[in-house]
Design a protein. Structure first.
Length: 276
């Protein structure tokens, strides 16, 4: 019998444990990761294990040696705002407060966008997400922290909520971001480097998984991660969530005037996980 609520075995690896594992590796403490002189965390946004295995021929470096023990569970809901924040804080969505894409701001009785609406919706990142980030914790232990991403994200509210404590470094292509991350790790012993690759997720949302655009984005990222990291630099590659295509005949569309909308004040979340 399948469960209504999402669940994971007690021994399952959860993406919210990545933050603690990386700091432990830098401290050379006991844990699932080997000690590292510096550590690089690469997030391939939206690339789940099912998608990756189904397209192994387009991602030979990412799938090399991939086994069942390498698959981790995401959090619920499996959307970027919630899941990426869980990776970068080590907390569940109910603890860090980013519980979906659009959520209810109870104080002002309105739905706010927790991925790209921080500025337009007037949300204070520190008030909404008060948990310390993995970067703040690393810096407190004497480890420099850097976040490599696209320039337009440098001063966003989501960045302020999730990357606090890290020095932001902009780079354009996936290859440039990976190269920059590896170089910083080599040049700054003891550092924690975050490298964000959103291209697969963007292509999936716009064109769908299995599209030529999605496959091209996957191949580009696989090529970027094919290069060997510097000696004694640990690299952990993971995703925040996966993605599936939902065929049109499985869509449920509620038009204005639908009786099921009676009494509904706000609709938040996103199509795959609505908040009503």
């Amino acid at each position: 019998m399948s469960l209504i609520l999402p669940s994971a075995p007690a021994t399952a690896r959860i993406i919210s444990g990545v933050a603690d594992d990386l700091i432990t590796a830098l401290e050379a403490g006991p844990g699932p990761l080997a000690p590292a002189r510096s550590a690089v965390l690469v997030i391939v946004d939206g690339l789940g294990a099912i998608q990756l295995r189904a397209h192994a021929g387009h991602a030979r470096h990412l799938t090399a040696g991939l086994g069942k023990k390498d698959v981790a569970y995401s959090v619920f809901p499996t959307t970027t705002a919630a899941a990426l924040t869980s990776i970068l804080t080590g907390a569940s969505p109910g603890e860090h407060g980013l519980v979906g894409y659009r959520v209810l701001d109870r104080d002002r009785d309105r739905a706010v966008n927790l991925l790209s609406g921080w500025e337009s919706d007037g949300i204070d990142p520190r008030a909404w997400q008060p948990r310390p980030t993995v970067f703040e914790r690393a810096v407190a232990k004497g480890h420099p922290a850097y976040a490599i991403g696209i320039a337009k994200y440098a001063r966003s509210g989501f960045t302020a909520a999730t990357l606090r404590g890290a020095e932001f470094v902009a780079a354009k292509s996936p290859s440039e971001r990976v190269e920059t991350a590896y170089q910083l790790a080599a040049d700054t012993p003891g550092s924690l480097i975050y490298c964000y690759l959103p291209e697969v997720d963007k292509a999936g949302h716009q064109y769908g998984v299995d599209s030529a655009e999605w496959i091209a984005a996957l191949e580009d990222i696989d090529h970027a991660l094919a290069s060997e990291p510097p000696r004694q630099v640990g690299v952990l590659i993971t995703a925040d969530h996966g993605m599936v295509d939902v065929p049109a005949h499985r869509h449920i569309v509620l038009d204005h005037g639908d009786a099921r909308l009676d009494g509904v004040r706000h609709i938040g979340g996103e199509p795959r996980m609505l908040h009503v």
